[in-house]
Design a protein around this ligand. Sequence first.
Ligand code: SF4
Length: 58
Amino acid sequence: MKVSWDESVCIHAGKCVQGAPEVFKVEDGKFVIDTSASSEEKIADVVAECPSGALKIE
Ligand code: SF4
């Protein structure tokens, strides 16, 4: 599973980092997505909660 993030669309609501902090996190000032850190089901749930549509499952 791969999740893409469109920075120009993200409104920084933080739903992703709150919903699955092990997957969506900021490291060295960069937003990273580690899809190996949780289940596909959990990640899909969090992606569905993104209010801006910046996150997409590929
Ligand atoms: S949930 Fe969506 S809009 Fe909110 S910070 Fe994450 S990517 Fe951005």
